[in-house]
Design a protein around this ligand. Structure first.
Ligand code: NAD
Ligand code: HSO
Ligand code: ZN
Length: 473
């Protein structure tokens, strides 16, 4: 087999900024990172080579304007499945049958992991807050779960029961009652018995066989047979992430969780074999972005050798190799400080720090999730630890965070003043309101502050009603 070709980037004080910008732009959410097969598919569907964001705009507007007909149309073109309208929703009996037929060990694993996720996610929920100033006013912050949430579970190249756990469990911890799940109509999606069994185990009753941008649009706008939701969450490929960006505003979305990425930062203390395993683990998502950053040059050859050995024996070795060669990189930094700048420039979804002092390094850098030391591979977070594995990708970890139970709750502030409390605030409010030229605002406070009569109109006296007298016929 030909030797593995991973791009190498040597950072110097002079070229670091330019090299890193190039690296970062390559995996931005709207970058042209789609594979040649994906480009060919877009061309075949639209008759022209549309950029991913343009293709997504067409799909989403079609679904918004034409509803189910457009969902079925794109499902046929992208997923090669011709579905009848009544086959879109998975029957509850199918969910129950898949569950009844599932291996008991699989269900036990789901239950144990569900427990881990639920313990962490319930523990981090924000609590209602209040401030009371006696005789003056009271201020409250109230949290309530969203009513109805749509979960996208990817299923193009692999089936992800873990993603069901990492999305549905935080939503349930937040108190969301109404959860609809969509998965592509594939053996790795809504025709996968393990996925259906997991839905039943989690108590999800509403599952649709649709994927890609058309699924996100259907959830957001609602179509015949698919009631719209208040929020769409979940990871997926570039088209899914761009569709969430497109529908944002019509519905809430979580972070832009696109193709998975890892940056492994390692020094001379790191075990090359462990580093190689972590890079491959991300690459096998296909596509997945795997970047090694080090200031210890011998590690690069050691890791390359370990990668080659591993890839030769791996089930998805060919897919992982393709991802490593297309989207991977070995970055050699002149020193630790430049390595930190490199990480911050990329703000990766996952950062695994395998250095002598991982805590100190972590203090200085930004990422969706940070994994410390040799015994904390990203896979622990992917499957079982408790924080959701739905994390921001494409550099968006610079300004956004991974999914958590709090995302499924909306905050409302509630306040009440007494007349004395209002009087205490009235002068400042009126002053600032007048400065803004909003004199009615000022008046609404001043009038009340100056009044001394009763605050409310007296209750109207009940009208006298003539007694009903029974008469004999
Ligand atoms: N960030 C996270 O939290 C996280 C978690 C799990 C998985 N992932 C990522 O999710 C991704 C899953 O991708 P996937 O493709 O396997 O499944 P997917 O379900 O996200 O996407 C498959 C769908 O994409 C649509 N599609 C495919 N090619 C298209 C094209 N050219 N134009 C328009 N639509 C097209 C099809 O409708 C298909 O149903 C992986 O990249 C993985 O890394 C991310
Ligand atoms: N690494 C993915 C994004 O965080 C999650 C995942 C699911 N299964 C395995 N990995
Ligand atoms: Zn993963």
């Amino acid at each position: 087999m030909a030797s593995l070709k991973v791009r190498r980037i040597d950072l110097t004080a002079n070229n670091a900024a330019q090299q890193l910008a190039k690296l970062r732009d390559q995996f931005r959410i709207d970058a042209e990172v789609t594979t040649p097969q994906s480009k060919k598919l877009t061309q075949a569907v639209f008759g022209e080579a549309l950029a991913p964001a343009k293709a997504v705009e067409r799909i989403c507007t079609d679904v918004r304007d034409k509803g189910l007909e457009a969902v079925l149309h794109y499902t046929e073109l992208f997923d090669k499945v011709k579905l009848k309208p009544d086959a879109i929703r998975v029957k509850e009996s199918e969910l129950a049958e898949a569950h009844a037929a599932a291996e008991p060990e699989y269900l036990d694993v789901l239950r144990r992991i569900r427990y881990n996720i639920d313990s962490f996610q319930s523990g981090l929920l924000h609590r209602d807050a209040e401030l009371r100033v006696s005789g003056s006013h009271e201020l409250h912050l109230r949290y309530r779960p969203l009513n109805r949430v749509g979960v996208y579970c990817p299923g193009g190249a692999a089936a992800y029961p873990s993603t069901l756990l990492m999305t549905v469990c935080p939503a349930q911890a937040a108190g969301v009652k109404d959860i609809a799940v969509t998965m592509p109509p594939k053996d790795t999606g809504a025709y996968n018995r393990d996925m259906l069994a997991a839905c039943h185990e989690l108590g999800v009753k509403e599952v649709y066989r649709i994927g890609g941008a058309q699924a996100i649009a259907a959830l957001a706008y609602g179509t015949e047979g698919i009631p719209g939701v208040d929020m769409v969450v979940g990871p997926g490929n570039q088209f899914v992430a761009l569709a969430k960006k497109f529908v944002y505003g019509t519905v809430a979305v979580d972070c832009l969780a696109g193709p998975s990425e890892v940056v492994v930062v390692a020094d001379d203390s790191a075990h090359p074999n462990y580093v190689a395993l972590d890079l491959i683990a991300q690459a096998e998502h296909s596509p997945g972005v795997s970047i090694l950053v080090t200031w210890y040059e011998p590690l690069l050859d050691e890791v390359k050798e370990a990668l080659e050995k591993r890839l030769a024996k791996l089930g998805r070795g060919d897919l992982a190799r393709e991802s490593l060669e297309r989207f991977g990189a070995f970055v050699l930094a002149p020193d630790k400080q430049t390595a930190m700048e490199c990480v911050n420039e990329m703000a990766p979804e996952h950062l695994h720090i395998q250095t002598r002092d991982p805590d100190a390094f972590a203090e200085e850098v930004d990422a969706g999730a940070i994994f410390l030391g040799p015994f904390t591979p990203v896979a622990l977070g992917d499957y079982a630890a408790g924080p959701s594995h739905v994390l921001p990708t494409g550099g968006t970890a610079r300004f956004s965070s991974g999914l958590s139970a709090n995302d499924f709750r909306k905050r409302t502030s509630i306040m009440r003043f007494t007349r004395n409390g209002l009087r205490d605030f009235a002068e400042d409010v009126a002053f600032l309101a007048n400065k803004e030229g909003l004199t009615a605002h000022a008046l609404s406070v001043e009038q009340r502050a100056n009044d001394s009569g009763p605050a409310a109109r007296p209750k109207p006296k009940p009208e006298k009603v003539a007694p009903v007298v029974a008469t004999k016929k």
